[in-house]
Design a protein around this ligand. Sequence first.
Ligand SMILES: [Zn+2]
Length: 296
Amino acid sequence: MSGVRELEPVEMRAFRLARLVSAEQMPYFMRALFAAQPVAAPGLGTFAVDARWRLYLDPDLLVGPCAWPVPMVGAVLLHEVGHLLRAHADRAAALAKPIDHLVWNFAADAEINDDLLAAGVSLPEGVITPQSFGCLSGDTAEQYYDYLRDPIAHQTVTELVGAEGDPGCGSGSGCPVVPGELIGSGEVITEGLDNAEADLVRRSIAQAVREAAGTGRGSAPAGLVRWAADVLAPPTVAWDRLLRAVIRRALAEQAGRTNYSYSRPSRRRPRCRDGRSGGSSQSWWHSTRPGSDSGV
Ligand SMILES: [Zn+2]
């Protein structure tokens, strides 16, 4: 694959048109769709995201004889933004090591795609859904991941692997980086979003989903409504313990015992950002149809 670059004007026009189509389908995703920063990734063969909300778009899929139909581009954009909103990169990092990236890819895609279908988004035939591997909709990627790690269920993963060499949805989905990703490359085409900015967008989208669900506008899927409630839930802080720790530290510092501490290293396992235990991925965009020309 050649180097990542800025989109050319004609490519940018095609991207903007598809983004409008996707925003019309899921208006509560508007801010996220406009926050993600597109770059051209010639030869990628699909779309992907990195953890800084950069969208890697194969320009041949935007313009030219091999271009995807506009609604399909819009659907893929919604899928990729779904990885970012659901913090799949952070959640994958919280899984027990070693991570089975292929399984995580399937699990994360399933978590996204059932909600997209519920929202009326036209996904290509054969995309990964919970039903692809015999599960029900509405569970988390971690639950699907646990299920698919079972040796018997894992056989399903092997059968579902379609397009050979599919690069996945990028580091922003918790998968390995796709060729040309800018993270760590030292190359700056666009800065992307930092964690604080990404969290602001996430909360804004969660609020929009909640409002859409409350008014009946936008037909927010039930899975997304649950996600929004989780994002907007106040953090649970044990204020009494926190206060005691602050007082102890202040007293110790007052007495010149600045290294003194009652605290012990935490033994708790990492938890994913939605509060569920990370327990113990490709692309939705991974087709169950052998030979699919969409690469999905
Ligand atoms: Zn994906």
